[in-house]
Every structure is written in C-alpha cells, then in structure tokens.
Write a protein that binds this ligand. Structure first.
Ligand SMILES: [Zn+2]
Length: 461
C-alpha cells in the first residue's frame, strides 16, 4: 500500500455539507487541507487512508459547512449596536452618533476588531467591509483572520451640513475620500497572501454627485475590482436624486456607467418595475439586508430582482454579525411580501454560501471540494438547537446560530477552535471595544456609560 500523502490539516469524522453541484452530504466525512486549499474530501476511511496530517481535527459531533459570505458590512458601526435600532437615526445623517470620519485610527481599529471577531465567531469567513479609515478595517481582518474585501466610503457630501439636513457637495471632500481608497489599495490590496483585497465603495447616489460617481467608475475600471454602494435604501434618497439629476438612483447609475456586473448594491428597497429590470439586465449583485430594511416598512423585492436577472446575496449591514439570523429574516420578509413557502432553505443558504461566491466570481469559495480554498466552519451538532439533523439544509436555515460555531478555518488556518480564538485575545478585543464605545458616546454628549437608548439620544441632541 502506498505511503499516505502529507497534508497540513485533516478534519475527520464530521458530517459534511459540501454545497457541491450534487448537494452531497457525507455523514462521516473527512477534509484534507494543504496550504490554503482543500486537497481531498470524502468518507473518513478513504481520505485517512490517503492522507496523513500534521494536525488532525477530530470532528465527531460537528457539522462542516463552507464559511459564510457577508456581502456588505461596516464593522466600526458596531458602536451603535443596541442604540439606534429603535429610532429613526441613520448614523451618517445624525450629529449625535459617533461619525466614522471623526474616529481616531485607534478607535476605528478597536471597533473593527470587534466586528471581525464577531463575524468569525458567527461562522462568517468572508466579508465585504467598508467605512472611513479603511486601513484599520484591513488591519483588523489581517489580525483576526477573516477573508475580507475592504473599501473606503467615498462621498462628496459635506457631512457636517448633512446632519443639519443640508445637501451640499464639495469637491474637496470627494478628493479626500477618493484618496483614502487609493491609499488603502496601495497598502492593502492582495495582503495576507491574497486573503485581503481592496475595492471601491461609494456611500450612495445621494451623497455622491454624478461627476464623482463617474470618476469612481473610471478608477474602478482601471483597478479591475467591484464597486459597492447603498442603493434606494430610503425614500429621501430617491426624492433627492430625482430632484438633483432628474432621474431615479438606478437610472443615474446607468447614466454614469456604473450599472453592471461589477456593481454590488445594498438594499434596493425603493425601486420600481423598470429599475428592477435595469438591475436585472445589468446582472447587478444585490446585497440584501432584511434587518436593516424593516423600519422602512418595506423590504427589497428580492423575488422580482432575482427573476429579472440580479444576483442575490445576504448581508448584515450594520446589524448583528449573525448571518443565520439574516437568512431567517430574508425568508420571513420574502414571505410577508409574497405569501407562500418560497424561498426554501437551500435557496436562502445559497445567498450566503455558494450563490454568493458565484455572484462575486469566486470560483473556489462557497463549497467544500478539492481545489477550493479551505474556508470551513464546524458547527456543534451536540447543541440542542442543532438536533435533529434530518434535513441538512433545513437545520442550517431555520435553527442554526452563530453560537453553534465551534471551529473556523480560513484560508487553511485555524482561527477559532472550541469556540476560542486562535492567535489573538478575544476578551481583550471585546474589552477594548467597550472602552472605546463608552468614550465615543461620552464625546457625543452621553452623560454616563450605560443607560437607555432614548436617554442617550436625547442627551446627545
Ligand atoms: Zn451599509
């Protein structure tokens, strides 16, 4: 018998959902990993006879799935967690909320570390993360170990005046935010062995003038990456663009040349039938944020967008980092709009797993298959909400939670084991973020560290 081949990591004895084209499940499976790639997947007996590993993860009682993909997020906005959800406050439009451009690099980094740690703990291995001070987001991804697409937040609206509800565009602001992205790309694009890439992110069609959107389109075409933005997330945005440019936000994007497969548009709530078709025809990727959409009294017309040809992905935006929760909210909001039993578990999962990878053109993510990158999550099926597993997709979409995540491997490296972070101090991350958040809210006018939402926002106004 031939000597077994050496590999770096061997996960064995796991239940595996491969998410391959046959939707294969392995009840007692093994995954061999060398470097950042999966080199073999199959029954444990078969794989262990072919491979011997430096590190073996005995995964009896664990359920292996591909790492989840979060298509739109702003990690430092975790500072608003639990504070703004019950109010009309939109952070960027509100003076009394800690603003991204007013954070120090140290403050932004502490909050970004918290966000990436939470995502990792919740089984999210890939995230599109964008905000001001994007270099701190990249650094957080580097340290915590997530796979990340990082972008800055480009706009030319004057933020001080925006919080007074005055819309004034300034070239200097546009220049500053464009330069921030160019600096980010120069330093971080392709970092951590390609685990971190950088692209262009613009805030939205109301906070960017048409000329700035054109400029970003040119820069992104030269760079070759995608463009991320918020689209039709509020009625006010649609009304303002209509007044300023005489067209809808979607028409404006078409007009400035941004409507295409490279566009990742979050929200897409307030769009009419013609715009849905425009987005579909252009094969735009929609980052669906069901949690964030709820207060608008509406949800994105995902069924219609998907039918028109748009590619649907899931995101948490500035809410909880738990994509399992977003999946259930996406299913519920679709059913509230349309009635019936669509979408099923498999379809909702695809928006955060294989379908998301496909939308982004990542051929080697979103599946547990030989040749794919080793981004793997092991859920603890000994937890009560993880039983019974009869339908391997149904349990994920309707019952799994981030808290079931036991082990996370990203790019062939174990980043979480036994729910504990590997290579960084998780408790220190949480402690530092708490201290920074308290400091920031005090700076915004809050009188004491822990109080009730309304008291904080009232005090701050
Ligand atoms: Zn957002």
């Amino acid at each position: 018998m031939a000597e077994p081949t050496r590999c770096d990591i061997l996960v064995r004895d796991a239940l595996i959902a491969t998410f391959d084209t046959e939707d294969s499940f392995l009840p007692d499976g093994a995954i061999a990993i060398t470097g950042n790639r999966i080199v073999a997947v199959g029954p444990t007996d078969e794989v262990t006879s072919r491979f011997a590993a430096d590190k073996t993860i005995r995964a009896a009682g664990l359920y292996a799935i591909p790492g989840l993909i979060n298509s739109h997020n702003h990690s430092p906005l975790g500072v608003t967690r639990g504070l703004i959800e019950d109010s009309t406050v939109a952070p960027m439009y509100t003076r009394s909320v800690p603003q991204g451009h007013l954070l120090s690099a140290e403050e932004s980094l502490a909050l970004a570390r918290l966000g990436h740690y939470e995502l990792l703990r919740s089984g999210c291995t890939t995230v599109v993360d964008f905000y001001r001070q994007p270099a701190t987001l990249a650094q957080a991804a580097d340290e915590i170990g997530t796979r990340a697409v990082i972008t800055g937040r480009i706009h030319d609206i004057d933020l001080d005046l925006l919080t007074e509800k005055r819309m004034v565009h300034r070239d200097a602001v546009g220049e500053e935010t464009v330069q921030e992205t160019l600096d980010l790309i120069a330093k971080w694009d392709g970092a951590a062995g390609g685990r971190i890439t950088c692209e262009f992110g613009v805030h939205g069609t109301d906070t960017c003038s048409a000329s700035l959107l054109r400029r970003v389109g040119d820069l992104a075409a030269t760079h070759g990456g995608r463009i991320h933005l918020h689209l039709a997330h509020a009625k006010g945005e649609v009304a303002y663009v209509q007044e300023r440019d005489g067209m809808t936000p979607t028409q404006l994007l078409a007009d400035v040349g941004l409507l295409g497969q490279k566009l990742v548009a979050a929200h897409c709530v307030f769009i009419d039938g013609a715009d849905r078709q425009r987005l579909g025809d252009a094969k735009v990727t929609v980052a669906h944020a069901p949690h964030q959409n709820a207060p608008a009294g509406n949800s994105a017309p995902i069924r219609e967008l998907e039918a028109a040809g748009a590619q649907i992905t899931l995101c948490t935006d500035a809410r909880s980092g738990n994509l399992f929760e977003a999946m259930r909210l996406a299913i519920a909001s679709w059913r509230l709009r349309n009635g019936g039993y669509e979408p099923n578990a498999r379809r909702a999962l695809s928006w955060a797993v294989d379908g998301a990878a496909k939308a982004f053109g990542w051929q080697d993510l979103g599946r547990i298959e030989a040749g794919c990158r080793a981004d793997i999550v092991l859920l603890d099926r000994r937890d009560p909400n993880m039983a019974p597993i009869i339908d391997g997709y149904g349990i994920l979409a309707y019952s799994a939670n981030g808290s079931n995540v036991d082990t996370v491997i990203v790019d062939g490296k174990v980043r979480l084991a036994g729910k504990q972070p590997v290579g960084f101090d998780g408790q220190a991350v949480v402690r530092d973020a708490q201290a920074v958040a308290e400091r920031l809210w005090l700076r915004c006018g809050q009188r004491r560290a822990i109080t009730a939402t309304s008291a904080i926002l009232d005090a701050a106004h």
